[in-house]
Ligand binder design. Structure first.
Ligand code: ZN
Ligand code: ZN
Length: 415
């Protein structure tokens, strides 16, 4: 969405239309075109958020919806992920669902600042892009450990710690290719598992920011919702949950209260192909229907209620909104990816982001340390025997770079 560009296009279209009509009806073209000069210069308030172009005020919070959809991903909506940026510079990720990482990279934030992830539960649509942020992030110049907070489960094997240990095993080959080859400090994973049944317990407290967890009712034991408080502002993130007493009690006083709001069962049948029984069970018992969402928000009464976790289209949003309105008449947004909220004590502003698709990683914010190449695993003699070094072209490339940057790097493969 680039208003400047679309405005130019529409102006050009209108001018062409006027000229065409003028020719047809025989009007003097110079008169028809007079009084409507082509616009030049800038537009003051574009009402669009361009990532990387706006600083936050010291008392301001910015929330970006990076994933508002479902486990069944699609281009318009990635799975759950919410970025919260604070005026003190701190940044937090709540869930990191499938497909959201590219939306995160589009925020143009140096990756050392994207080092805190809070996972509400271990469904793939809430943690599917964690490996990409963790290991892909090392190629995006993150040089600090990735810190992950997540709940325990009914037994240790269902908890976040066990999940992260298995993830590290799953990616042992990936890690093996990078260790000793690049500055891999960002490959370290720091896991903080906390009891899923803690009620409004503090799980994070740094730099004036407090994050608490409350139990959620979703899937199995081991799902939670989060409450972030900073500078008199309160952000509540439900992740996934059936309506529950903990959310309704502890989300009270929220400036922003995010809670799942599923498609109504009728649309789950007609649009998603669910059987009626599946639609009822998933849409009202496993998840929270729009009417149930409205009941929750009527109790919480936040400054702004945000519903997410449904396919939000031109033909679904009106019905979802109408059903929420049966039970809730307060301020409401139904989120899609790239919606942005700027929150202060006096104002909440919502806009859409314009996204630059040709994103490059932000430069590292500290100096890279050359890796200990001796610790690299490397190839067997068998694989090395198959490599064709083309020294006559690779040698000059090394010479060119070594000369330009004053280094003395030698190729691994030689004749
Ligand atoms: Zn879930
Ligand atoms: Zn979910």
């Amino acid at each position: 969405m680039k208003p400047g560009i679309s405005k130019n296009v529409s102006v050009r279209f209108v001018t062409t239309t006027i000229l065409a009509c003028a020719v047809i009806i025989g009007v003097d073209v110079s008169i028809a075109a007079a009084g409507s000069p082509a616009p030049t210069g800038t537009v003051d308030d574009r009402d669009v958020y361009y990532p990387g172009t706006e600083s936050l005020d010291p008392d301001e919070m910015r929330i970006v919806a990076l994933g508002t959809g479902m486990p069944s991903v699609r281009p318009k909506q990635a799975a759950a992920c919410w970025l919260v940026e604070l005026g003190n510079g701190d940044k937090f990720l709540f869930d990191i669902g499938s497909g959201c990482h590219e939306r995160l990279s589009a925020q143009k934030i140096p990756y050392d600042y994207l080092d805190k992830v809070f996972i509400g539960h271990l469904h793939v649509d809430h943690m599917g892009d964690l490996p990409s942020l963790w290991l892909g992030g090392t190629t995006m110049n993150r040089l600090v450990p990735l810190r992950v907070w997540g709940p325990s489960g009914a037994t240790p094997e269902y908890g976040t710690k066990a999940s992260m240990e298995h993830m590290e095993k799953m990616y042992v080959w990936d890690i093996g290719t990078r260790s000793g080859v690049i500055d891999f400090r960002g490959g370290e994973l720091e896991v903080h598992e906390f009891p899923f049944d803690g009620i409004n317990e503090v799980i994070y407290e740094e730099n004036g920011v407090t994050v608490r967890s409350i139990p959620a009712v979703h899937g199995l034991d081991g799902a939670v919702s989060f409450i972030l408080e900073w500078n008199g502002l309160k952000f509540v993130y439900g992740s996934d949950t059936y309506p529950n007493k903990w959310y309704m009690e502890h989300a009270k006083g929220a400036d922003i209260a995010v809670h799942e709001c599923f498609l109504p069962p009728t649309l789950l049948v007609t649009k998603q192909g669910f059987a009626p029984m599946e639609a009822l069970m998933v849409g009202t018992q496993g998840h929270t229907s729009p009417e149930q969402f409205g009941k929750v928000m009527s109790v919480v009464q936040p400054r702004l209620a945000i519903g997410y976790h449904f396919y939000n289209d031109f033909d679904t949003e009106p019905e979802v909104r109408e059903r929420v309105r049966k039970t809730y008449n307060g301020p409401l947004d139904l989120a899609v990816d790239y919606m942005v909220w700027n929150v202060t004590k006096d104002n909440i502003r919502v806009r859409m982001s314009a996204i630059d698709e040709e994103i490059w990683p932000s430069p590292p914010i500290k100096e890279k340390i050359p890796p200990d190449t001796g610790s690299a695993i490397g190839f067997s003699d068998f694989t090395k025997s198959g490599a064709v070094p083309f020294e006559e072209v690779v040698g000059p490339i090394f010479d060119e770079v070594n000369e330009k940057y004053g280094t003395d790097v030698q190729p691994i493969f030689t004749e």
